[in-house]
Design a protein around this ligand. Structure first.
Ligand code: NCD
Length: 315
């Protein structure tokens, strides 16, 4: 459907720098973003920076979001930019306007960056080919969520120091998770030893092609054994045409309990991008334990998004 609309888009100006996915990034670019994220985390929260003074940023979210949208907004404001946040329900899309017309309308107001979340995989990639405004992908369908993988990497690095040889278990509804895909790209670029685990309906052999060091299992206990990092994923009911697991059964097979954490390394950490569904993919005991990095991830999200906003504006 998007291709059909292509001629209607105004193709103008030089190509801006975009952040569409981790797949397109080289290691030095990722290292730079992580380093800048670390730098911004260390800057006092009360300090209002001027890095993006005079720039305007549109946050355009076609799907629900709490963490990503708020942290992009806070990040932009802390860098001195002006921000406008728009959710699809409040726009003319609800009055029948096409995505392309909405994007052209917003681009005509000349913002410097559009941060977009959309349910269609590839939507920001497609639109960025025709817009002269820098585009940041804040999650496209089940494809990529690059800033999530960057903030996850920052969180892991703060505790573990390095990603090389680190045993990372990614567990849950893999097939429907853009978080998993972006993390698989990033972690495999940095030499992690990754085990992907979930029900047979959500773990496909194709995942091993995303990079080196990726193994698959359907056994939760095998996945968590000796892990340094356990990354849990939400069951993405909104992306499943039919429910791929019987109701109530999920936690029994793929929910993370304290007993599972006990099988991992003694200093293992637990990550989850949120929103968490307590009792479905993670127990409250684990989510609220010392091992849980869930709130550190949220905090690091602001710093990483500051780094990314700065990076796309660099000449
Ligand atoms: C994730 C997303 O939207 O892809 N959430 C987030 O950005 N923190 C994961 C999810 O919704 O489960």
């Amino acid at each position: 459907m998007l291709e059909r609309l292509a001629p209607d888009l105004h193709s103008i100006g030089p190509n801006p720098r975009n952040l569409l996915g981790i797949e397109d990034l080289q290691r030095p670019e990722i290292e730079h973003l992580l380093e800048r994220g670390r730098f911004y985390k260390a800057v006092r929260r009360t300090e209002k920076l001027t890095t993006l003074r005079g720039r305007s940023i549109v946050n355009l979210f076609f799907e629900p979001s709490t963490r990503t949208r708020t942290s992009f907004e806070i990040a932009a404001k802390r860098l001195g930019a002006d921000t406008i946040s728009i959710s699809a329900l409040g726009t003319s899309l609800a009055k029948g306007e096409s995505l392309v017309d909405t994007l052209n309308t917003l681009a005509a107001m000349n913002p410097d960056i559009i941060v977009m979340r959309h349910a269609a995989s590839g939507a920001p990639h497609f639109l960025s080919r025709y817009l002269s405004t820098a585009m940041i992908n804040a999650g496209d369908g089940l494809h990529e969520h690059p800033t999530q993988a960057l903030l996850d990497a920052l969180t892991i690095l703060e505790v573990k120091g390095s990603l090389v040889g680190l045993r990372v278990a990614i567990i849950g509804d893999i097939a429907h998770s853009r978080v998993a895909r972006s993390n698989l790209h990033l972690l495999s670029k940095f030499g992690a030893d990754i085990v992907v685990c979930g029900p047979a309906t959500t773990v496909s052999r194709n995942l091993t092609r995303l990079g080196p060091g990726i193994r698959l299992t359907h056994q939760m206990r095998e996945a968590v054994r000796d892990a340094d990092v356990i990354m849990m994923l939400r069951v993405q009911l909104e992306r499943q045409n039919v429910e791929v697991f019987p109701k109530g059964e999920y936690f029994r097979y793929y929910g993370l309990s304290l007993e599972h954490v006990g099988l991992a390394k003694p200093d293992a950490i637990v990550l989850h991008p949120g929103p968490i569904n307590r009792g479905r993919e993670i127990s409250s005991e684990v989510a609220d334990s010392q091992r849980s990095m869930i709130l550190s991830q949220v905090e690091n999200g602001v710093a990483i998004r500051m780094a990314v906003l700065e990076w796309v504006c660099e000449e």
